[in-house]
Design a protein. Structure first.
Length: 166
């Protein structure tokens, strides 16, 4: 062996010995509450089952659009759907209507659908950055409690509208 290799091995040996000398010995453990362990195991088991179910369900989509993610507004049960629209078809307003109909068909109280043409601008959370809002192509909101039922389109989608999303 050459001198460098011997030096590296010697250094590794020294580090191993010094590491084991400073390693803590385990302290006495407190008794384990088996009820707590069972509750945690059940909680983890349920969460894993939910994740598996969600992973198996294909994301909804239609001609010219695809649901990318859905997020809940806090713990209200109200959901916001975030949809990707094909860049080449984003001026076709029937695509938005089709997605809204499919995603909000079972919603009796609240439904919000937001649309983008570039997936990189679709937020992970409900709140939008200024750039994500700027890239928003349309937003549909239905809220029975607030008596709101509106669709706002980007001026680039429908420039004839007075109430377009900037």
């Amino acid at each position: 062996m050459n001198k460098k290799m011997i030096g590296i091995l010697f250094l590794a040996l020294i580090l191993t010995i010094s590491w084991s000398a400073f390693a803590e010995t385990p302290a006495e453990e407190e008794p384990v509450d088996t009820d707590q362990v069972e509750q945690l195991e059940e909680a983890v088991e349920v969460d894993v089952e939910e994740v598996v179910e969600q992973a198996e369900e294909p994301l909804e989509s239609g001609i010219g659009w695809q649901l990318i993610r859905t997020r809940e507004l806090g713990s209200t049960g109200k959901r916001v759907h975030m949809v990707l629209v094909e860049q080449a078809k984003y001026t076709d307003r029937t695509i938005y209507g089709n997605a809204i109909t499919r995603l909000c068909a079972d919603e009796e109280i609240f439904c919000r659908v937001r649309f983008w043409t570039q997936e990189r601008f679709i937020p992970e959370r409900i709140s939008l950055t200024a750039e994500q809002h700027k890239q928003l192509k349309a937003e549909y909101t239905f809220d029975r409690d607030a008596n709101v039922h509106q669709t706002l389109m980007s001026c680039s989608v429908d420039s004839s509208r007075v109430d377009c999303v900037p």
